[in-house]
Design a protein around this ligand. Structure first.
Ligand SMILES: [Zn+2]
Ligand SMILES: [Zn+2]
Length: 407
């Protein structure tokens, strides 16, 4: 089959690789119909996540049709259309029973590698390094899905792939970030990062009852999409974020601050250079500018919700501000399986149509180009969906000239 494979920093290729096979009786094999490139794939693309190997198949946001099931699979049948959550979860361990699926204790066969970096291992994740299980990803024509009765969500006929694909990651991830904020009527939520997850956090904060959402980024098309979602915006290249937020909140600060940026933050001025240099010298692995700023801006007693991905160690962390001002930090990889059904219900009810975030639809064969324009924010690229069967003639671009179709 054809699949997107990693070969080194900024080097991904579509190669022919062996088809996946059932290796465990609880596996299913999917024919992938849609798969997306995630902001967290860029951390792999940029070479910041250890334990990737040349030839690894990337991709953890995918859906498709079941074409084969292991003999112990009960809930799925050949022909079912399913969306697959990115954390792999067994459904039976203590973490899964507590609905903390991204902490599944049974799904990472390489837990010992993660233990070296993090003390304990989180769940295995598709297409996200050997430290997280070495599972082949879904940016491919076919994918093997372990614990097939636990994760994959069956999709009723009639809902387009583009409306449900993001139940695999970015919608539940953005939603969980807002859910962490314990939003009360009248609350103002500030969100760092208006990439795809940030866009879903904006809309989720409103769905959960926020009165105001203030979104921070510097990319014009992302800020525009944030405003379309009802957010007020701050362009950090044009305004001092702290001063702007204090002015907008009567000097009090936002009730909760969401970090939807993670380890590769950009920032104006010296602090960015400081983090870049320390990261390049391996003195810190991550650039936590957004997190530092979120902490300093949050009101006393507020919540810091961290859903942007961090890989290792950070520097100049303002613990004094966290402790003295009674801030609560909540974080984690999304427990996607916990949110998929209620969020599908919202899509079916018409409360949200997640396809708003798609700016590009392309063939899987164009994936290297897609990584390039997504990474470099060219061509107004916010979110790319790859279709292994795409012939470029489905006319999706004709429906709405706010996005572009690249062949
Ligand atoms: Zn993702
Ligand atoms: Zn488990």
């Amino acid at each position: 089959m054809r699949a997107l494979t990693w070969h080194g920093r900024h080097d991904v290729r579509v190669d022919s690789v062996p088809d996946p096979e059932i290796v465990n009786p609880r596996d299913a094999i999917l024919k992938v119909t849609s798969t997306a490139i995630c902001g967290s794939d860029l951390h792999l693309y940029d070479g910041y996540i250890p334990t990737l190997r040349a030839g690894d198949v990337l991709g953890h946001e995918f859906m498709g049709e079941v074409v084969e099931v292991g003999r112990s699979v009960r809930k799925l049948a050949i022909g079912d259309r399913v969306v697959v959550p990115f954390p792999i979860a067994c459904g039976a361990c203590a973490a899964c029973k507590a609905q903390s699926y991204s902490l599944c204790e049974n799904s990472n066969p390489n837990a010992w590698m993660a233990e070296k970096f993090m003390g304990h291992s989180p769940a295995g994740v598709f297409g996200y390094s050997h430290m997280l299980g070495g599972f082949a990803g879904g940016q491919a024509e076919y994918a093997r899905v372990p614990f097939a009765d636990v994760g994959p969500l069956k999709i009723p006929n009639g809902l387009d792939d583009d409306k449900v694909l993001f139940l695999s990651d970015i919608f539940p991830t953005g939603y969980m970030a807002a859910d962490f904020c314990d939003i009360q009527p009248g609350d103002t939520i500030a969100i760092w990062g208006c990439g795809p997850v940030g866009q879903f956090s904006i809309r989720s904060a409103f769905l959960l009852g926020a009165e105001r959402v203030i979104a921070i980024d510097a990319v014009p098309e992302r800020l525009k999409m944030a405003e379309q979602g009802g957010a007020e915006t701050i362009n950090y290249e044009k305004q001092n974020v702290y001063e702007a937020l204090m002015e907008m909140t009567g000097g009090r600060g936002p009730d909760a601050c969401i970090d939807d940026v993670g380890m590769e933050a950009h920032a104006p001025g010296l602090i960015f250079a400081y983090d870049r240099v320390k990261q390049a010298m391996m003195l810190e692995t991550d650039r936590p500018h957004a997190l530092r700023e979120a902490i300093m801006c949050c009101r006393n007693g507020g919540v810091i919700s961290v859903i942007g991905v961090y890989g290792g160690f950070i520097d100049k962390f303002p613990m004094g501000s966290v402790m003295n001002r009674s801030l609560t930090i909540k974080t984690g990889q999304a427990h996607v399986q916990r949110y998929m059904r209620p969020l599908l219900q919202m899509i079916e009810n018409g409360e949200i149509d997640p396809s708003f975030v798609v700016t590009h639809r392309m063939s899987l064969d164009d994936a290297p180009h897609a990584y390039d324009i997504f990474k470099n924010k060219q061509d107004n690229c916010i979110k790319v969906v790859l279709k292994p069967d795409w012939d470029g003639n489905e006319g999706a671009g004709a429906k709405d000239d706010s996005y572009t179709v690249v062949h």
